[in-house]
Write a protein of this length. Structure first.
Ligand code: ADP
Ligand code: MG
Ligand code: MG
Ligand code: MG
Length: 400
């Protein structure tokens, strides 16, 4: 298999067979394509009468979300695979193992996580994941610390940054998150019932100012290697275990962008809760849990990050008294701002979340959309004056 072409299921089986040690010699393999069909093919290869299995994810050279013709570099498969390998080396329990790959064919062969549930789906079902905040806080702290100038040799970091330029996928983020929701764009999508909100967003120049600051930081601050798309659809969960997938948007950017992605998506589910839990008691419980989880994600991140700083700091100047506190507060403010941006774009922009869009009752759905926008705007507007995670939660409650 040499020149690039999309794999067939039969070719995926052959690839899986050719991988040494993954399947018993005589195993009869089956394959199903299970991707969401937007950007990539995902083949699930299993062996009959055995529990051996694996996943082959292959990039296709276009995005289907926006018609047929948004060309997208196949190099993102290499970027995703190298990010997975880096993340796995830093957090072996929290990232699937890579078994093999081809850059030319733009595929990665990896550990099968079919026993897990996608976090977004689990949250919609009302499940609680008591270990989630601890796990994701550790993932964030370790991946961000050890790929920043605090924890990585500065020349090595510069070299590594060159492997994660990722212009195509950064451009998607720049447009879809930081621009389209604030202007009249053919990419935007929202129901007529909230056209007033969308119009208000386009005219809110004070909000635009804050978004422009966050966008500028996204464009210019190569603080650490980010996952780049760390929403609850990129995280697999079970009661005792968490796994992060899909880092094809990886690039060197501001740490708060990844942390904000997690928190913003927990808060989108929070805004959607009345649409999923009819009983007021159950609703309140779920809301409390989601707020607590958002808070805990930050607290676990901060605790781990400060520990790593105190134990493993490479940069002498960063030992200057007061600098760690200053640094951590900047990251918190950024995280709140980016969480807000991510909430806003999921309501009026191109790509939505099922937490909100699949609420059956139209009135409840509209209420969730308006609540998510109110929270998102409040976070963006006030992110620069936040002093603690309690301030973030206060901004959420004010807008709820
Ligand atoms: P995309 O970049 O196209 O969003 P993802 O990596 O998010 O692709 O994968 C899409 C879907 O494929 C996931 O939601 C999940 O259902 C399935 N999938 C991806 N990776 C794995 C894996 N390692 N194990 C099991 N299922 C997976
Ligand atoms: Mg997808
Ligand atoms: Mg995905
Ligand atoms: Mg993806």
């Amino acid at each position: 298999m040499s020149a690039y072409h999309p794999l067939t299921a039969e070719e995926a089986i052959q690839l899986a067979k050719s991988l040494p040690g993954r399947f018993p010699d005589q195993a009869e393999l089956e394959c199903r394509e299970i991707g969401d069909g937007n950007l990539n093919l995902v083949f699930h290869v299993t062996a009959k009468h055995s529990d051996h299995s694996l996943i082959i994810k292959q990039a296709v050279p276009y995005a289907k979300v926006v018609g047929e013709s948004w060309p997208l570099s196949l190099d993102r498969a290499r970027i995703e695979r190298e990010a997975l390998e880096m993340e796995h080396s830093l957090c072996p329990a929290l990232v699937p193992e890579v078994y093999g790959y081809s850059d030319e064919m733009a595929y990665t062969i990896m550990e099968d996580l079919s026993e897990y549930t996608i976090m977004r789906k689990g949250l919609i079902e009302g499940n609680s994941y008591p270990k989630f905040a601890e796990h994701i806080g550790e993932f964030l702290a370790r991946t961000l610390f050890y790929t920043s100038d605090l924890g990585m040799n500065q020349q090595k970091k510069k070299e590594l940054a060159g492997r994660f330029i990722n212009p195509d996928l950064c451009k998607i983020t720049e447009d879809l998150i930081f621009e389209d929701p604030y202007r009249d764009s053919p990419n935007n999508s929202y129901p007529d019932s909230i056209a007033d909100e969308a119009e208000a967003l386009r005219g809110d120049t004070e909000l635009h100012f804050e978004v422009t600051l966050l966008r500028h930081k996204f464009l210019t601050q190569g603080q650490a290697l980010l996952h780049g798309d760390l929403h609850t659809g990129s995280i697999f969960v079970r009661a005792e275990s968490t796994k992060v997938i899909d880092p094809e948007f990886a690039f060197f950017g501001p740490m708060g962008f990844d942390i904000g992605a997690v928190i913003g998506n927990l808060l989108l589910n929070y805004a959607a809760t009345p649409g999923w839990a009819a009983d007021p008691k159950a609703q309140q419980l779920r809301e409390q849990r989601l707020v607590q989880m958002s808070q805990d994600v930050w607290n676990h991140y901060e605790r781990n990050f400060r520990q790593l700083w105190n134990a493993d700091l490479l940069d002498e100047m960063s030992r200057t008294p007061g600098y760690q506190d200053h640094y951590v507060l900047q990251v918190l403010q950024d995280a709140a701002g980016y969480a807000g941006c991510k909430m806003i774009r999921r309501i009026v922009g191109l790509s939505h979340v099922i937490d909100i869009d699949t609420i059956a009752d139209a009135t409840a759905r509209e209420a969730a959309q308006r609540k998510a926008l109110a929270i998102g705007k409040n976070l963006v507007r006030h992110h620069r004056s936040i002093k603690s995670i309690d301030d973030v939660i206060e901004l959420v409650k004010q807008a709820s």
